[in-house]
Design a protein around this ligand. Structure first.
Ligand code: 9D3
Length: 245
């Protein structure tokens, strides 16, 4: 998988990719992340990347020229790149989009903005997609692009130490995770649920499924919307409701 990040703060991006699961995937040759300093693609003496907004108003706008210039220089072929503009106006990133991106054969190029906005012509003429990571205001697109690269990287087969943990993940199966315990069996009077010590794997699987359903009903009932439950799950949910009576 090939990623590029275009930013005026390359250090932020290097700091994370040099110290994470991504570092391992890069070492294994499964992943390439190139970081490009947008200022290198300016042409004035001051390496200007922003300017005042036409029409007035607060804040600065990122100029179009450096984005067009880097695109023409590094990704002239439209067919072999997908430019993703990080923007609060983008579609909201989720696990489905992570899976969609993990199947890409094109290089994924992330454009990160700072200041109030990026010139609209970058949105309309260069971006193939626009992504947000959620409804809160950050100072730029660098962290969002790292969030997305991180989520996509762990879907690359072989990138995780244990490939099993990916398939059992919450969200990829649509439910929240069940509770986990490790030693000691009794910690300051708080005991591990007996079923987990029973060695009966059918019982353990059912307990875990029940706890996943219980915690999802309690904390994220929205995750059930538009989901068809199996009759097994329906029965477990009945049981959960009876338990709480
Ligand atoms: C009132 C106008 N603001 C929009 C909410 C302007 C604005 C604020 C902050 C425009 C850009 C930014 C910087 N944020 C991003 O570049 C960004 C972002 C985010 O702030 N939240 C979630 N996802 C993303 S992706 C890029």
């Amino acid at each position: 998988m090939r990623f590029s990040v275009v930013t005026i703060f390359p250090d932020i991006v290097h700091a994370y990719i040099g110290a994470s699961i991504m570092k391992r995937a890069i070492a294994k040759g499964l992943l390439t992340v190139n970081v490009h300093d947008l200022r290198h693609y300016t042409s004035d003496r001051h390496r200007t990347v922003d300017d005042y907004p036409y029409g007035g108003g607060a804040g600065m706008v990122m100029k179009p020229e450096p984005f067009f210039s880097i695109t023409r220089e590094l990704w002239p072929d439209k067919g072999s790149r997908k430019i993703i503009l990080m923007s609060p106006k983008g579609r909201k990133f989720n696990q489905d989009i992570a899976m969609e991106l993990s199947g890409e054969t094109r290089e994924l190029v992330f454009f990160c903005g700072r200041y109030e906005a990026i010139d609209e012509r970058v949105h309309t003429c260069l971006a193939d997609d626009e992504l947000s990571i959620g409804d809160y205001v950050l100072t730029g697109g660098e962290l969002p692009s790292l969030v997305i690269i991180d989520a996509v990287t762990r879907l690359i087969p072989g990138a995780l130490g244990d490939s099993r943990s990916a398939e059992y993940d919450s969200f990829s199966c649509g439910l929240l995770d069940f509770p986990h315990y490790t030693r000691p069996e009794n910690f300051e009077g708080m005991a591990v649920p007996g079923v987990l010590l029973s060695g009966n794997h059918a019982d353990i699987d059912r307990w875990r499924r029940k706890e996943s359903l219980r915690i999802t009903m309690l904390k994220r009932p929205d995750l059930f919307e538009g989901r068809k439950l199996s009759s097994d799950d329906e029965n477990i949910i009945k049981e959960i409701k009876e338990d709480s009576e």
